[in-house]
Design a protein around this ligand. Structure first.
Ligand SMILES: [Zn+2]
Ligand SMILES: [Zn+2]
Length: 128
């Protein structure tokens, strides 16, 4: 089944009810009315089991490099703060922004893999 077509009720265009072609791609248009089709991805709602907050954050450690412009002999280095280099963040944990509660898997290991977040949320948070 085509995932984009599958995102629409009865596989038809919501504007003109024209049948969506089976080979429709993300961003493809309805040949009849020009409606643009997208794959609708289901989203989940996080609810903190400790405090009820709905704000989940990815707590990451980011390495920042400040280029040094001048190496002063007294060790008071002159940094080029305009041109900092930020490297990709490394996830430390996924945590509630209200109380700091962190997501842990069934083996009580802190979750750092984004693919495990929806699995955890689906299991622990009531979805409306
Ligand atoms: Zn249409
Ligand atoms: Zn919380």
């Amino acid at each position: 089944m085509n995932k984009v077509k599958n995102s629409y009720e009865d596989g038809v265009c919501p504007d003109c009810q024209e049948d969506i072609p089976d080979d429709i791609v993300e961003g493809g248009e309805c040949s009849n009315c020009g409606h643009v089709f997208y794959e609708l991805v289901k989203t989940l709602i996080f609810t903190c089991p400790e405090c009820g907050s709905k704000d989940l954050g990815s707590v990451e450690r980011v390495t920042v490099i400040y280029p040094i412009k001048k190496i002063r002999i007294d060790g008071d280095l002159d940094y080029d703060t305009e041109n900092t280099i930020e490297e990709n963040g490394e996830v430390q944990f996924y945590g509630c922004q209200g109380c700091g509660f962190s997501l842990r898997d069934d083996n009580d290991i802190t979750i750092t893999d984004c693919l495990k977040v929806p699995v955890w949320v689906e299991k622990h948070c009531k979805q409306e």
